[in-house]
Write a protein that binds this ligand. Structure first.
Ligand SMILES: Nc1nc2c(ncn2[C@@H]2O[C@H](COP(=O)(O)OP(=O)(O)OP(=O)(O)O)[C@@H](O)[C@H]2O)c(=O)[nH]1
Ligand SMILES: [Mg+2]
Length: 323
């Protein structure tokens, strides 16, 4: 089906949720219009503040997100929620589940909820997420909350790009802190002990406190540790205040500007890689000499390393790269 891109973008600019959802799908699927869409929307980005919330499956991320969103809405801020679902291969299924858990905010026109399935994301999940963040930003949302499970490398990469990272843990799992990979603990700007109605919350807070003390980050922001009960909403206001305090801190210290230029730099490098990767696929597609070479490599008549150097030699020569 032919898409009326001009109309779609116009509807998007007018604030149509339907157009927003359609545009996200286009970009997620790397449709041929994706590049044009991103190009058009880019000048409208840069306003939203991105908050990542991560923790083990079932730690209460969605429940807490909803409560934080309600607090943000009280302050008149509009919100986009991106739930990265690691288990469901069906985005739609994931979306239904998250909508159920976020019922109270899902009918609020100031809140946009979208789930993304991790499996099968074309061009990689972090690429897709970065694009979706930009689209929701261009749509005009003030705060974008990304919910990810803090286990897979992909999820960690995604949450790292957030301006503020909230790390959720829960008492009663034994070695809670150890369960999360060391690399994950280091990226937390705010630590939350959720399910504080359960036994062991205070001890977990103490353990986290010790960990933060030991990690001697040397930065000007000392990660606070908060207790919450997401089901009742207890502690959600304090958490929201801390998020906004961290935002203020990053803005005043100039760190936000630095972080963002670093992120843009990494993204541009990513985009160049993606572009070049695309050319390579074009070049090898339907290329009989390439197929021949593969056959020889399979038959052990040739090794792949010299072949790769050979086939990329014109590129290296063009860019005057010595090797
Ligand atoms: N007792 C108690 N239960 C909670 C609390 N917060 C969340 N829960 C419950 O924990 C379960 C999981 O909550 P979710 O919000 O779906 O957790 P999640 O981290 O989003 O889960 P996934 O997205 O599946 O990784 C639900 O049954 C919640 O009702 C809390 O503070 N105390
Ligand atoms: Mg969830």
């Amino acid at each position: 089906m032919e898409i009326d891109l001009e109309k779609l973008l116009l509807d998007f600019m007018k604030g149509s949720i339907n157009a927003l959802a359609k545009i996200i799908t286009l970009v997620e699927n790397r449709a041929k219009e994706a590049n044009e869409v991103m190009k058009t929307l880019y000048p409208k980005t840069g306003h939203a503040y991105v908050v990542g919330i991560t923790g083990l499956p079932g730690s209460g991320k969605s429940t807490l997100t909803e409560k934080v969103v309600k607090e943000l809405r009280k302050q008149g801020l509009t919100v986009g929620i991106l739930a990265i679902d690691p288990t469901s291969p069906f985005t739609r299924g994931a979306m239904l589940g998250d909508r159920l858990r976020m019922q109270e905010v899902s009918n609020d026109p100031g809140v946009f909820i979208r789930s993304m399935a991790t499996r099968g994301a074309l061009g990689g999940l972090s690429r897709a997420t970065a694009d979706v963040i930009k689209i929701v930003d261009a749509f005009g949302k003030d705060i974008i909350l990304i919910e990810t499970v803090g286990v897979g490398q992909d999820e960690v990469e995604i949450v790292k790009t957030a301006d503020t990272v909230i790390l959720l843990s829960v008492p009663g799992l034994g070695d809670e802190i150890q369960v999360m990979k060391a690399g994950v603990m280091e990226i937390g700007d705010i630590f939350v002990v959720n399910k504080a109605d359960r036994e062991g919350a205070d001890r977990l807070v103490m353990e986290l406190q010790m960990m933060v003390d030991l990690s001697c980050r040397g930065g000007s922001w000392r990660p606070p540790i908060l207790e919450t009960i997401a089901t009742t909403g207890e502690g959600a206001r304090e958490l929201t205040e801390k998020v906004l305090a961290h935002k203020g801190h990053l803005q005043e210290s100039g760190i936000l500007t630095k972080k963002r230029s670093q992120r843009i730099r990494e993204e541009v490098i990513d985009l160049i890689e993606l572009e070049i990767a695309g050319y390579i696929h074009e070049i090898i597609k339907n290329n009989p000499s390439f197929d021949e070479a593969i056959e020889k490599i399979v038959a052990m008549e040739k090794e792949p390393y010299s072949f790769v150097r050979e086939i990329t030699a014109p590129l290296a020569a063009y860019f005057k790269i010595k090797r």
